[in-house]
Design a binder for this molecule. Structure first.
Ligand code: PLP
Length: 396
């Protein structure tokens, strides 16, 4: 009955965990959730006020499908200020979240027969969006021992005559890796030599704790000409529900994305776009305050996880996820059954300890689980204590 492309679509395990945790909560059970992919902070008041002003001023009509010119100009300024990137407003497309920008990109760049390289572990959405446009995701592993740094030699070995693009996500969801400038330089040279696109998903750029996360597009005009940068207001400004993201890149690609978007959704919500202008051009202090708080939690969660026998966690450099290796727990028994996978570990933590985490399998890494530390320090401490108790109770 349904088209092939949706029959193949993998349901999100992240959402499944969240749903199960919510169902337990609805029964009055106290669940500590490490599932969330969003800041626990509220959207800053100045941004809400801008939306209210826009509403009162009657900014409630259709706009240019690519986004209001004022916001495209604001993005152009913010990319220069925050990322050292030069794009004129007509090289910017505003979409309904970074996810929508990424889908638009897939739709205009890829088709059946094309291969798209994705360093693994990876954000769950990339392979699904690539498959939705009939192209093929090709996973290129990264190693825990290097902090999940992207490896240009492996990328080179994965290239074929069908390779159309490489997706880079730094800071990374789920690993927290921030790719080093040397790797990016090697990849930039490779992209120019072998002529493929680079999609640089920089949605967590504001959350990089050990120095700025470099953008590959800053490494010279040749690589900038084949890079599409994607970013969002979701994470930096705690605006996940407002759904404003954007892409910047070469004019013909941005124009094609705008045309595609004009037939699919038209413009993103007008009021949210006015709020996004305030987010990007107003005082930026909340971003730093939020990042500082995430940084405190990062240390708390990583240290706490590493103190639990059977769990080891590399220090994430960015985003708000810890991605510990739990494979030493495989073979340990819970309720008589050996744990065999990240899904077993996640199910055991939820049922035995009332702790929600996401199995690494979803991100292409079955030895790991993902914990979001976008939750209060007290919840992190309570959650760690529960994990300690569950792990201690397993039979070896
Ligand atoms: N890219 C990555 C790696 C993400 O984790 C997310 C959200 O979780 C996004 C992009 C898209 O975020 P949004 O659509 O809210 O802008």
């Amino acid at each position: 009955m349904l088209a092939q492309r949706v029959r193949r679509l993998a349901p999100s395990a992240t959402l499944a965990v969240t749903a199960r945790a919510e169902a337990l909560r609805a029964q009055g059970i106290d669940v500590i959730s490490f599932g969330a992919g969003e800041p626990d902070f509220d959207t800053p008041q100045r941004i809400k006020d801008a939306a209210i002003r826009a509403l009162r001023a009657g900014k409630t009509k259709y706009t240019d499908a690519a986004g209001i010119p004022e916001l495209r100009a604001a993005v152009s300024l913010a990319l220069k200020r925050d990322r050292g990137l030069e794009y004129s407003p007509d090289q910017v497309l505003i979409s309904v979240g970074g996810k929508h920008s990424l889908y638009n990109l897939c739709a205009v760049l890829f088709q059946a027969g094309d291969e798209v390289l994705i360093p693994s572990p990876y954000w769950v959405t990339y392979p699904e969006q690539i498959r939705l446009v009939e192209a093929t995701p090709v996973f290129v592993p990264t190693d825990e021992s290097t902090g999940f740094e992207v490896d240009p030699d492996r990328i080179r070995r994965a290239l074929t005559s069908r390779t159309r693009a490489l997706i880079l996500n730094s800071p990374n969801n789920p690993t927290g890796a921030v790719f080093g400038v040397e790797s990016l330089k090697a990849l930039a040279a490779l992209a120019v030599e072998r002529d493929f696109w680079v999609i640089s998903d920089e949605c967590y750029a504001a959350l990089s704790y050990e120095g700025p996360a470099p953008s590959i597009a800053t490494l010279g005009p040749e690589i900038q000409a084949r890079t599409l940068v994607v970013n969002t207001c979701s994470k930096a400004y705690a605006m996940t529900g407002w759904r404003i993201g954007y892409a910047a890149g070469p004019r013909p690609i941005v124009k094609a994305m705008a045309d595609f978007q004009s037939q699919c959704t038209s413009n993103p919500t007008s009021i949210a776009m006015w709020a996004a202008i305030e987010a990007l051009t107003g005082p930026q202090d909340e971003v730093a305050t939020m990042a500082q708080e995430f940084n405190r939690r990062r240390h708390a969660i990583v240290n706490g996880l590493n103190a639990i026998p059977g769990i080891r966690c590399v220090v994430p450099k960015g985003a708000f996820y810890a991605f510990p290796n739990v494979s030493d727990l495989f073979g340990h028994r819970w309720e008589g059954q050996p744990l065999k996978s990240s899904s077993d570990v996640a199910a055991c933590l939820l049922e035995a300890g009332r702790i929600a985490v996401v199995p690494g399998l979803d991100f292409g890494a079955d030895h790991h689980i993902r914990l979001s530390y976008a939750t209060s320090l007290s919840s992190i401490e309570e959650g760690l204590e529960r994990i300690r108790r569950v792990v201690a109770s397993l039979e070896q």
